[in-house]
Design a protein around this ligand. Structure first.
Ligand code: PBG
Length: 332
C-alpha cells in the first residue's frame, strides 16, 4: 500500500516537481531503446520499398534495405526486430504451403539479417494469414477456422523459421494448443534455445486495420477473426490464456493491442509476475502519426508519452513501429 500522505503543508507534492533535477530523482519509470522490439514489413525486390499509406513514415522494405535498417536499429540500441512478410498474391493459397517453405520471404530475410548482424535478436510471426487466400490465421474448412490442423501447420512454420535462424518465435494465431506443440517440435528439432513469445491475450480488434493493408491481407479477409481472437470485453480470460501458454512453454507473453488494453498488461504483470510485453499496433501508430502529420498533436511528445505508459503499466518491453524514431529521440 502507498504511504498515506500528511496533510498540506507538511506534504506538498509540488516540492518534488519544482525542477527537472527533482523530478528526475523521483521518476518511477524510464524508457530506453532496450525496451523496444521493432516490427518491420518485408517485401520482394532489390533496393526498393513501398510506403504503407495508412502508416505515415512506415514502408515495406526489400531484404537488402531491411538489413540496412536493422543495422541502424541495432546501432540505436534496439535489441530485437520482428518480421512480417508481404506475400505475393500468387503465393497465397488455401493450403498456405509457402508458410513453411525454407526459402520463403521471411526465412530468406532471417538468414540475411543473421549473417550480417548475428547479435540482433530476430523475432518472427507464426500465423497463416499472410499466406492464406482468405486472410485467416488458420485453415478454413467449410467456412470454419479449424484448430488442430492449423496447429500442425504452425508447427512446421515455426520449425522452418528456427532452422533459418530465428531467435524468438511469436505465435499470433490464437489457436488452442499451439504453444505446447511448437515447444515440443522445437526441442525435438534441436532448437531448445529458441524462445517463444506468445501472443497470449490477442483481442479481435479493429486497430489492426493498417497492418492488414501493410501485409496485403485486408482485401483477402473474408469475415472476421472473432472465433479465435479474444472478445474485447474480457479480462479474466486473458489471465487464463497467459497461464495456459506459460504452462505450455511460453517464455514471454504479450498483450495486444497495447494502449486500449493497458489494464490487461498491468493485471498480467501484477498477478503473475512474468515477462510481459505489449504490442502498440498499427492502428495505434496510425492514430498518433496521422494526427501528428496534420499538426493536431505533437508527434514526438505523444510518441514518448504513449511508450512510457507501457512501462508504467508493467510491460518489460513494447513492440512498436516507433522504435527507431523513439530511440533516436532518447539518444538526444
Ligand atoms: C497476424 C497478425 C496481425 C497483427 C500481427 N500479426 C493482424 C491480425 O491478427 O489480423 C497485427 C499487428 C498490427 O496491427 O500492428 N496474425
Amino acid at each position: 500500500m502507498p504511504h498515506r500522505p500528511a496533510p498540506t503543508p507538511r506534504s506538498r507534492f509540488r516540492r518534488m516537481r519544482s525542477s527537472p533535477a527533482r523530478r528526475a530523482m523521483v521518476r518511477e519509470n524510464r524508457l530506453s531503446p532496450a525496451d523496444f522490439i521493432w516490427p518491420v514489413f518485408v517485401q520482394e525486390g532489390t533496393d526498393t520499398e513501398t510506403p504503407v499509406a495508412s502508416m505515415p513514415g512506415v514502408a515495406r522494405l526489400s531484404i537488402d534495405r531491411l538489413v540496412t535498417a536493422a543495422r541502424e536499429a541495432a546501432a540505436l540500441g534496439i535489441p530485437a526486430i520482428c518480421l512480417f512478410p508481404h506475400v505475393e498474391q500468387a503465393l497465397k493459397t488455401e493450403d498456405c504451403a509457402d508458410a513453411w517453405s525454407a526459402d520463403n520471404l521471411v526465412n530468406r530475410a532471417i538468414r540475411a539479417i543473421k549473417s550480417q548482424l548475428p547479435d540482433l535478436t530476430v523475432m518472427t510471426d507464426v500465423a497463416l494469414d499472410p499466406y492464406n487466400v482468405n486472410g485467416h490465421d488458420g485453415f478454413v474448412v467449410d467456412g470454419r477456422i479449424v484448430n488442430d490442423e492449423t496447429v500442425a501447420a504452425l508447427v512446421r512454420m515455426a520449425v522452418a523459421q528456427a532452422e533459418a535462424g530465428a531467435d524468438i518465435i511469436g505465435p499470433s494465431d490464437m489457436m488452442d494448443g499451439r504453444i505446447g506443440a511448437i515447444r515440443d517440435a522445437l526441442e525435438a528439432a534441436g532448437h531448445g534455445d529458441v524462445a517463444i513469445m506468445s501472443y497470449s491475450a490477442k483481442y479481435a480488434s479493429a486497430f489492426y486495420g493498417p497492418f492488414r493493408d501493410a501485409v496485403g491481407a485486408a482485401g483477402a479477409l473474408t469475415g472476421d477473426k472473432n472465433t479465435y481472437q479474444m472478445d474485447p470485453a474480457n479480462s479474466d480470460e486473458a489471465l487464463r490464456l497467459v497461464m495456459r501458454d506459460l504452462d505450455e512453454g511460453a517464455d514471454m507473453v504479450m498483450v495486444k493491442p497495447g494502449m486500449p488494453y493497458l489494464d490487461i498488461a498491468r493485471r498480467v504483470k501484477s498477478e503473475l509476475g512474468v515477462p510481459t510485453f505489449a504490442y502498440q499496433v498499427s492502428g495505434e501508430y496510425a492514430m498518433l502519426a496521422g494526427a501528428a502529420e496534420r499538426g493536431w498533436l505533437d508527434g514526438d511528445k505523444v510518441m514518448l508519452e504513449s511508450l512510457l505508459a507501457f512501462r508504467r503499466a508493467g510491460c518489460d518491453g513494447i513492440l512498436t513501429y516507433f522504435a527507431p524514431a523513439a530511440a533516436r529521440l532518447l539518444a538526444g
